[in-house]
Structure formats: structure tokens, C-alpha cells
Design a protein around this ligand. Sequence first.
Ligand code: SF4
Length: 376
Amino acid sequence: MNCPWFGAEDFAILRLEVGRLICYIVHEMVESILYEKLSGARVRCGVCQRRCLISEGKMGYCHTRLNSKGRLYTLVYGEVSAQHIAPIEIKPLFHFYPNSRAFSLGTLSCNFRCIGCQNWHIAHSDPGVGRTEYVSPEESVRLARQYNCQGLSWTYNEPTIWLEYTIDGARLAKEEGLYTTYVTNGFMTPEALDRIGPYLDAFRVDIKGFRNDFYREIANVGAFKGILEVTKRAKERWEMHVEVVTNIIPGYNDDEGQLRDIARWIRDDLGEDTPWHVTRFIPHLKLSNLPPTPVETLESARQMGMEEGLRFVYLGNVPGHPSENTYCYSCGKSIIERHNWMVLSFSIEKGKCRYCGVKIPIVGHYVGVKGQHDES
Ligand code: SF4
């Protein structure tokens, strides 16, 4: 498509802002698929639950969507800030194609501004400021195949930010027999979910806490209930495989009330077989003054999850801890042994525990021989 301002096909978008010149260089400015045109050349974005009202010449909260002459455009279509070949366990997805490799892609910016973000270097970086490389959807699928990956994952920052790109990539990936996954904060609108839904296999979602004031303080999000509703919709309407992560931050979301509420919600709305990963917070940004989460706190959270009826609760960011392993909920034997995202042994045969024969909920097949994955 042509630049609405200069007419060139590959172009620089120039914008004067408070006396300084900011240059956005994008490969192609693609029109948003979810927005409403309003009076006075304003638009309402429908991609995430912020539903930004954007005046002509302005961008939304995430700084990835620009209103140009009453039409909304994404500035990050195909703009890749990070690409890696990663074990699926690092997402973490523990019950989905174990030991497989996902070609993993992220862009710039985010619709959250988490004060302790571990990927702040890309998630807090605007298009045109952080470095990107254009990778077409076709190329992303070709690279996944070239590097012997079994699927694609959009991760590192919120994948909804480049919804249009992930839809195009996911559609192509499915045609090629690859799996597709989102690592998401779940703050997308139901409409956005419904656009990607037909092409997305797994939904690895953060449920960061269970109080509005916590979400407001940590991520500048006023209400979190919409995240729960979208996650439930991903499972029920689109039959995605769902795994939940709660990064436990000392003094913020480590209270028994929130942790038990999360566990009960997972049990009641997603099901007792849904994996819950309670992960160790590593200090970053404005939370650099905090200590890493004590291992005892994580163990206590895991215990609460099990008491509330969840069958699979894992510890994350504690390499070598026994709770990285999967234990059969019936006989208690260790049936998948892991260390730091590597699968060391796999004792599930035809979907059942090798020791007692009970069915173990795993989506997709175990991939390859046990051992180390490549990272790049
Ligand atoms: S994606 Fe979300 S934050 Fe970005 S412009 Fe749209 S509604 Fe606003």
C-alpha cells in the first residue's frame, strides 16, 4: 500500500512532536482490522481492552497504532525486534508438544507498562526508537521450517500488539502443519481473540493477580476481569490449550487471598487439568529494590494450588527444583522430568501414565529424543 502522507511504497513516516523530529521507519503501514471511525476524524481502536480513542495524527497508548486522516494503521506489521529458536517449555508450556521447538518472534512496545517488566528493553521501546528487522509472515514460517521447529510462538511482548501480522503468520503456519501459540497478558478484546482464534492452538496467559488495585499499580490496567473472560473464551469457544502463569512479586501478589483466588478461578473456569506456573520474580526496573521471590513462597503457592484441586502446579525460574517435573495425579510418580526447560525423561505412553495407566492431559506429541535444545 502507499504511504498516506508521501505516496511511496516503502517509506519513512515523519512526525513533528514538541519541536523534535521523530522518524518512524516501517516496511509497510498496514491498516488496522479492528477499529471504529468516529466524528472529527477520530477513531476507536478495538484490538485491546484499552479501546483507545485516538485523534487524527495521534497514536494509541501502545504507540503502535497511528490515526492518519481518520484511518488507523499499525506501525509494527512484520517489524521483528527478537527472533529465537526456543524450547516450548521456556514459554512455559509444559503440556503442549513436549520437547518441541517454537520459532519465537516479538515486536516492539506493549499495551501494558509493567513496572517490573523483564522484557522492558523491547516492551517499553517505541516503534522507530527500538531496532527491528522486517520478517514477512511467509518468511517467519519458512524460517520455522528451516530451523526444524514444530511451531511458531508470538512472545516477548504482547502479541496482540501486532494482531494483523500474527493472524497472517498463524494462517500460513496452520497450512504448513505447524502449531501456533500466543504468550499473552490476555488483555485483548473478544473481537481480537475471535480474529486469531481459528488459527491459534495455545494460549499461555499471565494472570498476574486477582485485584484491580494490584493490576492498576503493576501494569496501569484499571480492571482485570476482562482478561479472565477472554481466557475462558479462548478455551471454550476456540478450544485452545491454555496454561496460566503467575509471577509472584514479594509484597504485591504473594498474599494467600489472591493466590487462592487465582487457583480457584483456574479450577472452576478452565478446569483442574489446566497447568498453573508460579514463577519467581527477578527484580527489574522500578521494582529493582525488591528481593527475588523466596523459594518457600513459591512452594507455598504450589501447595495452595494443589489444595484447591489443581492437578499440575509448577515452579518456574528455580532450575533444578523438583516441582519443574510433572507428577502423575493418580500414582504420584514423576512422569516428565525437566531441568531448566530441558525435558530429561518422558514416561507417558499413548497419552497415559507409564506406571498406572491413567490418562494425562497433554496436547500434541512428544518431540524427538531427550536432550538439549538449540537456542539462538
Ligand atoms: S492496541 Fe490497545 S493500547 Fe494499542 S491503540 Fe489499540 S486499544 Fe490502544
